[in-house]
Ligand binder design. Structure first.
Ligand SMILES: NC(=O)c1ccc[n+]([C@@H]2O[C@H](COP(=O)([O-])OP(=O)(O)OC[C@H]3O[C@@H](n4cnc5c(N)ncnc54)[C@H](OP(=O)(O)O)[C@@H]3O)[C@@H](O)[C@H]2O)c1
Length: 275
């Protein structure tokens, strides 16, 4: 513990949010900054990253460190750590938020698209969590907040790989949380239902039925719930009352009912093959 603290002597603890330049990640950055945490946002598009950082400064009065990095690259943790050290910071809380969606029938998705999804949603979350946790445990503080999805609770026909990847994130998070319990390090999974961000449009799902049927939350509402749940040390955080109802229902209803229902909700206008 002593050596671990010495390693970061003179540095301040920071929250690092992957995919913090827009959507849920940006709202989380705002929430952490408002609560007084030193915060860094990570993304690939430098222009949007700089705009996000400037907007955060204007809204909160605090500086967010902008780190230009593709977190699915193998050296991402080194790039992040080096950028933090240059700003007099060290990684205290890791928010694995950057994620990729893919809509449409599985057989129509290319191997390249599927590999990119697995690389970001599964491999990157695993690698960054593994890289960050030992020092957190040695210091007995900090934590990891993994952004999963309510979709983790059920198979998602027409977004099959995406839903499966989020099920992995929740399982990994809950299992590690159990392994490290009592050592002062938080480990949470956030399971938002639909949120109003560009995510759906980017994966070509904006006109899917669920976008009309399920009321979306704002990124700010999700961030408030996430921050509160993480600070309380909740292992699974489901933002919104309606989503908590769905979360419970999805755990108890049999797949023979819920999978066709999801198939219907996730169907895109031109995907006429039903359940
Ligand atoms: N929106 C929803 O309805 C919803 C619901 C449940 C769960 N989620 C989950 O919430 C998370 C955030 O979703 P969102 O809706 O806020 O997404 P979004 O609006 O599309 O934002 C994605 C963010 O991730 C960054 N990003 C993407 N790939 C990256 C990479 N390889 N390296 C670094 N940054 C990367 C993007 O910036 P650059 O493109 O510049 O890199 C952007 O800042 C995702 O994990 C998603 O699965 C979303």
């Amino acid at each position: 513990m002593h050596k671990a603290r010495q390693d970061v002597a003179g540095l301040e603890p920071a929250v690092v949010i992957t995919g913090g330049s827009r959507g849920i990640g940006l709202a989380l950055a705002r929430r952490f900054l408002e609560a007084g945490h030193k915060t860094a946002i990570v993304a690939r598009n430098g222009v949007r990253l700089a705009e996000a950082s400037a907007a955060l400064k204007e809204e909160t009065g605090a500086d967010a460190v902008a780190i230009l990095c593709d977190v699915s690259e193998a050296n991402a943790i080194d790039v992040i750590s080096a950028a933090l050290a240059r700003s007099g910071l060290y990684l205290d809380v890791l928010v694995n938020n950057a994620g990729l969606g893919l809509a449409g029938p599985f057989v129509e998705q290319s191997e390249t698209e599927l590999s990119a999804l697995v690389a970001l949603n599964i491999e990157t979350v695993t690698r960054l969590t593994r890289a960050a946790l030992p020092a957190m445990l040695a210091r007995g503080q900090g934590g990891v907040l993994n952004i999963a999805s309510l979709g983790a609770s059920v198979p998602g026909p027409n977004q099959s790989a995406y839903y499966a990847s989020k099920a992995y994130v929740v399982s990994l998070t809950e299992a590690i949380a159990s392994e490290i319990a009592g050592q002062g390090v938080r480990m949470s999974a956030l399971l938002p239902g639909p949120v109003n961000t560009s995510f759906h449009e980017e994966m070509g799902a904006e006109r899917s039925l669920y976008r009309y049927v399920l009321p979306p939350m704002s990124p700010e509402g999700v961030a408030r719930s996430a921050y509160r749940g993480f600070m309380w040390g909740n292992r699974v955080i489901v933002p919104g009352i309606l989503n908590r109802f769905f979360y419970i229902a999805l755990r108890f209803l049999p797949h023979v009912l819920t999978v066709p229902m999801m198939h219907w909700l996730l169907r895109r206008p031109h995907t006429l093959s039903g359940p």
